[in-house]
Ligand binder design. Sequence first.
Ligand code: GTP
Ligand code: MN
Ligand code: MN
Length: 391
Amino acid sequence: LTPSPVIPKSSAKSYACQRRTPLKHHNLLLTEALELLSENAELGENEGRSVAFRRAAAILKTLPQAVQRMEDLQGLPCLGDHSLRVIKEMLEYGSSQEVESTRHSEQYQALKALTGIFGVGVKTAERWFRGGLRCPSDVAKSEERLNSAQQAGVLYHEDLSQRVSRAEADAIGQIVERAVQEVLPGAQITLTGGFRRGKETGHDVDFLITHPEEGKEEGLMPKVIQWLETQGVLLYQKTTRNSYLESKDGPSRPPHNMDRFERCFSIFKLDRSTGEGGPLAQAPGGEVGGCEGRAPGSELEPQHCSTGWKAVRVDLVVSPYSQFGFALLGWTGSKLFERELRRWAGKEKNMSLSSHALYDNSQRRYLRASTEEEIFSHLGLEYIPPCDRNA
Ligand code: GTP
Ligand code: MN
Ligand code: MN
């Protein structure tokens, strides 16, 4: 009899924000299966079910070795009947019928492909699916009216469906750094999202921008965008206020100065030589790479010419210095980790956490913090570094 893996004390904790979840773990087959079911539930707009599967996958990522028998799971939280059933089947037969039939179902595959287009959410994907569309090229050929994000999504789909490498992320970082220094010297940029958690690749690159002098960051985003536009770097951009406060489990009391917050969803045109770590080739105002005739918005034909440059999704967020710690914590992820932090704050501490502030509902006041460490401490949580937030 092989001994059960010792379950680390922290794996018995039920909130992901109480645990260390590294990027690499020992249960990839099981977590991939549970995450597929989670994704399928999300595509079917069953949020509760989706989160339940995701939490089950997350707990398995904290274990020090591969699960081999059901007994190995004793004492672990977050494993509901359905998840346990899937795990049991996989341990016994090597795969789960439910997972495999979902993976191969036309609906799952189509909704995944359609929501994989930038600008397309679950509702739109479902409507298109009912209308007979199955993949991005169906959309391109169809008569569907597309908003400008979706047009860009279809146009650059081939590039955007490729993973972004760390080298490409760093090359984009240099461009953003240069843009920010041009329009506001002294401003600071920080790589957030998956790359900050140590991922080797991402679906996009996320940056947080601030300035140590409170107030200096106001109006920064439009200037940065304008500079990038004159350099010919932007294929698409949409600047908005941060919409986090509209989410269901957002804080009940929005901070008064939230309207200064800005974010930008964009698509960069990245020179392939820079993405490979080469010099920052620059021709101000001109084409960064070759590939003439690929002007955005000209025609809605998916583009295949990708010799000189690559379209890359980039998210930019500007934060006042006083909110920087909250913004950094809120934009580093993972999504489940963020969700669990807010749930912990609300359920266990009677507090409301957002990427702007932390409000203590009992004391009826905001709790200040300038670092992530201080926020964890306000929340009564042990500090978890970014590399262990991969829930
Ligand atoms: P990949 O990009 O796939 O590598 O993973 P990622 O973890 O970087 O995901 P993503 O870029 O989608 O999100 C990065 C972080 O931003 C996550 O923590 C999200 O929770 C967070 N995020 C995404 N949208 C919003 C938003 O509208 N408001 C706030 N405050 N955070 C958001
Ligand atoms: Mn990201
Ligand atoms: Mn992002």
